[in-house]
Design a protein around this ligand. Structure first.
Ligand SMILES: [Zn+2]
Length: 243
C-alpha cells in the first residue's frame, strides 16, 4: 500500500500508448495558488459541468510551518501540521473519509513528500477509478476548476468559510454538482480518477485543506495537513447513494 500510495501524484510525465499524450506539468506546478489577475469567477463558464482547462495559477503558497501540537483534540502527532490556526480549526471538525470504502487506518501522512521543488501539502487516497468521492464536511461547493496539475477539482468551503477542502484528479463530477451547491457531509460530489498530472495507472484522490483568508478567496489559503483529522474520521460506506 505504501508503494502504491507513493505512486500517487507522480511528478513523472504521463506516458500511455492508449490515449494521446496529455499535457502534463510536474507536481511542483501549483495545484493551488494565486489566481490569474482576471476575476476568477469569470475565468470559466460557471454552468459547465466540465470547465475548460486553464493554466494552473502561479505559485503563492507560503512555506509550511513546523508546529507541534494540533490543538485541543487528541490527534496523532505528525511532523508538520501545516498552518497552526487551520490545524486547530480542522481538529474541531467531525470529518468523513472523502473516498467511499476507505478505512481511516489505511491512510498515511503524505504531507511532506517532495513534489519537485515544493512540498505535497496533501494526502493521496488510492482507489479505483469511479469510486465515489464524498464531501468530508457540510458546506458549499465554491469552485469547480480544471487545472493542468490537479485535473478536475472541487473547492468546497466549510459552513463558516474558514476552511476549504480541495479534491483533485477527479474522473468526473457527480450529477448536479455545481458552484454554489450546498452539500452535506457524505454527499457524493465526484468520482476518483487520474485527471491532471496523476499517473493513470494509479488513480487516486488528492485531498488538501487550506485555511481561507477573510474574506475568503478560493484560490488562496494556508495549507493544513489533512492526515491527523482524517486518521480519526468516520469511513464513508462503500455503497453511498448516488446523487
Ligand atoms: Zn497528491
Amino acid at each position: 500500500m505504501a508503494a502504491a500510495a507513493l505512486a500517487g501524484c507522480s511528478d513523472e510525465p504521463v506516458r500511455t500508448t492508449v490515449t494521446p499524450p496529455r499535457v502534463t506539468l510536474p507536481e511542483n506546478a501549483p495545484l493551488h495558488g494565486s489566481a490569474p489577475t482576471a476575476a476568477p469567477q469569470t475565468a470559466a463558464p460557471a454552468t459547465a459541468a466540465v470547465p475548460a482547462a486553464q493554466d494552473a495559477p502561479p505559485v503563492a503558497a507560503a512555506p509550511p510551518t513546523s508546529v507541534s501540537g494540533a490543538g485541543p483534540a487528541p490527534l496523532p502527532q505528525v511532523k508538520n501540521v501545516g498552518d497552526a490556526e487551520g490545524a486547530r480549526l480542522l481538529a474541531q471538525r467531525a470529518l468523513l473519509v472523502p473516498v467511499a470504502g476507505i478505512a481511516p487506518a489505511s491512510l498515511s501522512d503524505h504531507y511532506e513528500l517532495a513534489r519537485g521543488q515544493r512540498v505535497h501539502e496533501a494526502i493521496d487516497i488510492m482507489a479505483p477509478t469511479g469510486t465515489p468521492v464524498v464531501a468530508v464536511d457540510d458546506g458549499r461547493i465554491e469552485k469547480l476548476f480544471n487545472s493542468r496539475a490537479g485535473g478536475l477539482t472541487i473547492y468546497q468551503y466549510d459552513r463558516e468559510a474558514k476552511l476549504t477542502y480541495y479534491y483533485a484528479h477527479l474522473d468526473r463530477y457527480a450529477p448536479g454538482v455545481r458552484e454554489g451547491l450546498e452539500v452535506k457531509r457524505g454527499d457524493v460530489i465526484g468520482y476518483v480518477g487520474s485527471t491532471g498530472n496523476a499517473n493513470p495507472a494509479a488513480p487516486h484522490l488528492h485531498f488538501a485543506v487550506f485555511r481561507l483568508p477573510q474574506p475568503p478567496k478560493w484560490w488562496e489559503g494556508e495549507a493544513v495537513n489533512p492526515y491527523p483529522a482524517l486518521s480519526r474520521a468516520a469511513p464513508a460506506a462503500p455503497q453511498v447513494a448516488s446523487r
